[in-house]
Design a protein around this ligand. Structure first.
Ligand SMILES: CC(C)(COP(=O)(O)OP(=O)(O)OC[C@H]1O[C@@H](n2cnc3c(N)ncnc32)[C@H](O)[C@@H]1OP(=O)(O)O)[C@@H](O)C(=O)NCCC(=O)NCCS
Length: 211
């Protein structure tokens, strides 16, 4: 299990050569006692990325949500259906989707938007999604995407920030917790794939410096 929080270190620099790449980031971490380094870029997604986002999204559900949903539901998820949803999301002006890529390969993505919760204040921002490929989980790239999304939401004036996480998604809960997000007591129950699932809202109340 990688432990980027133990002895890990992230370095960030602005990319000048490729205008569409907003940032090139190198994450160094410790995995099974060995230091590894992964360099990747972060850029905003466009409509042309909807299929790739959907493909990673479905793969991530299939590796990460085995404790949340039945195998039958996960194994029959359709990338095409998700691509339709992402196409619509990418057309929503207040929704931004950010991609982490290396050599043109999509490693992970995150999305940021105003809170969609009923009754939420207009200044409440939401981390709508955060997904990385199974092979790079634990590498620190998810942490870099979270920092990027947080920075984007704060730059747009949103505070506090919220994110919904399935109650049974222990890995994500631990991930948010170690980055300072805490459960705020809000719970919702959704029916997905014919199953009722509980989600816990996590909040980041205090403005933190991104990095
Ligand atoms: C959630 C996600 C973005 C986190 O990224 P990651 O690179 O896997 O996160 P990290 O490895 O840095 O942190 C995960 C932590 O959970 C711990 N963990 C792993 N499995 C766990 C489990 N079953 N129970 C409790 N903790 C667990 C890890 O040990 C680590 O904690 P540590 O650093 O204290 O050792 C990534 O796993 C992912 O894409 N998951 C699928 C999609 C998802 O759940 N998204 C979040 C909701 S939108």
């Amino acid at each position: 299990m990688a432990t980027p929080s133990q002895g890990s270190h992230a370095r960030t620099r602005k990319a000048c050569a490729a205008p569409q790449v907003l940032e090139t980031t190198s994450v160094r971490g410790v995995s099974s006692g060995r230091i590894h380094s992964v360099e990747f870029s972060i850029r905003q997604a466009t409509q042309a990325d909807a299929d790739r986002i959907a493909e990673l999204h479905v793969q991530a559900w299939q590796w990460a949500y085995r404790d949340v949903f039945p195998d039958e539901f996960l194994d029959t998820m359709k990338v095409g259906n998700r691509a339709l949803l992402w196409r619509a999301a990418l057309e929503t002006p207040a929704m931004r989707v950010w991609l982490a890529e290396r050599d043109g390969a999509l490693l992970g993505f995150t999305s940021t938007n105003p809170s969609r919760d009923p009754g939420a204040g207009t200044s409440t921002g939401e981390l709508g999604a955060l997904y990385v490929r199974k092979e790079i989980a634990g590498s620190g790239i998810a942490a870099a995407l979270l920092a990027w999304a947080t920075k984007d939401l704060h730059a747009r004036g949103f505070q506090p920030l919220t994110a919904w996480v399935f109650e049974k998604n222990q890995r994500a809960r631990r991930f948010f917790e170690k980055h300072g997000w805490t459960t705020d007591g809000e719970v919702k129950v959704e029916t997905i794939g014919g199953k009722s699932v509980r989600e816990l809202r996590h909040s980041l109340q205090v403005r933190r410096s991104a990095g």
